[in-house]
Design a protein around this ligand. Sequence first.
Ligand code: ACO
Length: 321
Amino acid sequence: MIYARIAGTGSFLPGEPVTNDDLVARGIETSDQWIVDRTGIRTRYLAPPEMASSDLAREASVRAIEAAGLAPDDIDLIIVATSTPDCIFPSTAALLQSKLGIRNGAAAFDVQAVCSGFVYGLTIAEKFIRSGSHKRALVVGAEVFSRILDWSDRGTCVLFGDGAGAVVLEASDTPGVLAGALHADGSHHPILCVPGNVAAGQVVGDPFLRMDGQAVFKFAVKVLGDVALEVLGQAGLGADAVDWLIPHQANVRIIQATAKRIGVPMEKVITTVDRHGNTSAASIPLALDLAVRDGRIRPGQRLVVEGVGGGFTWGAVLLQF
Ligand code: ACO
């Protein structure tokens, strides 16, 4: 039996943290207290203009490949989850492959599932590995959400940040990924979207992120609770079997309500939204890498990683680290 297990993690945040007061100083009509009370966010990182998602992805990937004890050419599958690709095409994954100097013909493609993208990517990579077709997948979440924010809309621009996280998923005799579930319901697309596109050399429609915050909040809590219980049910385990819950980092109140619904105490929840803001597809691998490197997550522990994002999409993976 071939299983898939995480062999290494890495992450990258660009520049220095930008505080809520820094945003006020930049002219945004908000306050540290409002942002902290409603979201738990204190700082976020914003990439400089010359830095694209593939650059953030490269830094995170180098660290993950090194942590796995591998060389870049050992990777035979590259999946990048992003909603802020470098360009329309080629994929950010192909550009990442080039920036990593991988010349072995590894397959490379992007996944577009917004904030659930990393969970989608991890699940896809696991299927490739379990089929026997691939041995070592690099799965990356990388975003420069600061580029698609309307900085005059205080209801959204204070929430997001830039960053990247990566894992190497490797074929193994021992599990690994224990259970997983992916879902989508496209009928909810209007409550969180960037509706514009590019045609005939012009931006057509609105190129900024738009959101009905309260509708997103309610939807996120419901599906994050449901899908975590679904994957635990697949494995025949209860909430007490979870060593760490790593939910998508959008808002600390969503995270608290989700943990309560699942029955996992907050001491077992990895939270980075206070420092990173919402980095969309990067948020889960960033949080995972942070907790691996600070020694909280240890080999053999059971983790639930779960995401929800525009589409709407949602999903979870239960894994043994
Ligand atoms: N600073 C100060 N005041 C603000 C700000 C701000 N940054 N943003 C909005 N306000 C004001 C509004 O104008 C409004 O003022 P009014 O009462 O005078 O009209 C008031 O605050 C309340 O606005 P609401 O939008 O009703 O505030 P709410 O309590 O819903 O909080 C928030 C907004 C934080 C966005 C919340 O709905 C939320 O967290 N939703 C989840 C959305 C989310 O996390 N999205 C991330 C992307 S989705 C994902 O990753 C899955």
